[in-house]
Design a protein around this ligand. Structure first.
Ligand SMILES: Cc1cc2nc3c(=O)[nH]c(=O)nc-3n(C[C@H](O)[C@H](O)[C@H](O)COP(=O)(O)OP(=O)(O)OC[C@H]3O[C@@H](n4cnc5c(N)ncnc54)[C@H](O)[C@@H]3O)c2cc1C
Length: 379
């Protein structure tokens, strides 16, 4: 019998499996796809957001885990050669009218103890990014932001988890969960008829969290509200068009359409934000592409769209709870929800793993660090 079974091999489940593998107990992660990080973790902006872009009014837990997560990535990068772009980010006032709001963001950050943000005048910001529109009136430099290859990161996490004894199984889709009696654990069945017994289940199935929870709970405490984000990607020919990650001022609903230089030299433009019913279909639409172009044209001039290499879309695993939902089930002992992990989920992932293991599981069972941990070794 396993001690812990993690459902979902995105960045969240894999970070959790790695953290668990550093502690006593047998760990199994199951992922339905034939590779890790194929769903939300791959179809996103791949940003480690700065703390300023994760304010508490968007969710207290989200905000604190994103801030801690950003710091943990900088620590992790001392040990692992994760492909990243670390030029920082600029938050822009696109006109004089937005400068006051930009200053309010700076002030709100200072009130939260964020001290690394730098206010840049129109001249200073243009000096850093000559392609900005002439109407851009000021900017905030947020040095801790970076973009990262999230697939490479997830594979490294899995390697480290395996070296610490975890089993990582790909191509295993959970189809049913049977309780073995109160507090006795679960029998998890795959679509292929394989069975695994486990004391605890950690549900990190992303957009499928509600569906998985519905296998054991009669009333799942949240509803999924899928929201699609579309992107246009420019090939490496556009590599030096901008150097920083570029954000407009965020709206109530989203962080807006960004320019995001990637470690492979490509430049992602997006995402849009469209509510939809489907949790699986992620089309890129003509409207989406037009609105990306429209928004980007308000940030930079002469975006080299002749270098478009491809488009893609991801579905945010938003729920109706208003924050990350990381709690044990109210109905079934030993079942842990890690749900509603929308943006900034990549950013928060290292801190989510610690939170799940120490704050959630640590209150249900004895979580004891192994005497010998290979903390950063890779295969
Ligand atoms: C458009 C968009 C932009 C974003 N931008 C950012 C950003 O810049 N920065 C940031 O911090 N966050 C961002 N996010 C959020 C971030 O991508 C997610 O929070 C993060 O990837 C969630 O990871 P996850 O592991 O929970 O989900 P996923 O990566 O979706 O992983 C869940 C896994 O569970 C598996 N699974 C599902 N059902 C089963 C089953 N029955 N059996 C076995 N396995 C199963 C799936 O195959 C999948 O691999 C963005 C999200 C979107 C959609």
């Amino acid at each position: 019998m396993y001690t812990y079974l993690v459902i979902g091999g995105g960045v969240i489940g894999t970070f959790i499996a790695r953290e668990l593998s550093h502690h006593e107990g047998e760990v199994l992660l199951v992922e339905k796809e034939d590779a890790l990080a194929q769903v939300q973790t791959k179809h996103n902006s791949a940003l480690v957001h700065p703390a300023l872009m994760a304010p508490p009014d968007k969710g207290e837990l989200k905000s604190s885990l994103a801030r801690e997560g950003n710091e943990l990535y900088h620590e992790l990068l001392k040990h692992w050669d994760i492909p990243v772009v670390r030029h920082g980010a600029l938050l822009l006032a696109r006109s004089e009218d937005e400068v006051e709001s930009l200053r309010e963001h700076l002030k709100a950050g200072e009130n939260r103890g964020i001290t690394d943000t730098l206010f840049l005048s129109k001249e200073e910001v243009k000096k850093r990014e000559p392609k900005l529109c002439d109407s851009v009136a000021a900017g905030l430099l947020m040095p801790s932001a970076m973009s990262a290859n999230t697939k490479a990161l997830t594979d490294m996490l899995a390697q480290n988890a395996r070296l610490n004894g975890a089993d990582i199984r790909k191509g295993v889709e959970v189809a049913a969960i049977e309780s073995l009696g109160e507090g006795a654990g679960f029998r998890v069945k795959s679509t292929e008829g394989e069975e695994f017994e486990t004391k605890y289940i950690i549900n990190a199935a992303g957009i499928a969290c509600e569906k998985i929870a519905g296998l054991v709970e009669s009333e799942v405490p949240y509803k999924t509200e899928p929201n699609r984000g579309e992107y246009v990607v420019l090939g490496p020919e556009a590599k030096d068009f901008v150097h920083h990650i570029i954000y407009p001022l965020p709206t109530k609903k989203s962080k807006g359409v960004l320019l995001i230089p990637q470690p492979d030299g490509t430049l992602r433009l997006g995402p849009t934000s469209t509510d939809q019913r489907s949790t699986t279909d992620a089309p890129v639409t003509e409207e989406g592409k037009a609105s990306i172009k429209n928004d980007i044209d308000r940030l930079v001039k002469g975006v080299p769209l002749q270098y478009i290499s491809h488009t893609y879309a991801g579905i945010r695993s938003t729920i109706d709870y208003g924050d990350f939902y990381i709690k044990p089930s109210n109905e079934v002992d030993g079942f842990i929800h890690v749900a509603g992990i929308e943006s900034p989920g990549v950013t928060s992932a290292p801190a989510i793993a610690r939170y799940v293991v120490h704050e959630v599981l640590g209150k249900l069972t004895k979580v004891e660090r192994k005497a010998q941990v290979k903390e950063f070794e890779l295969e």
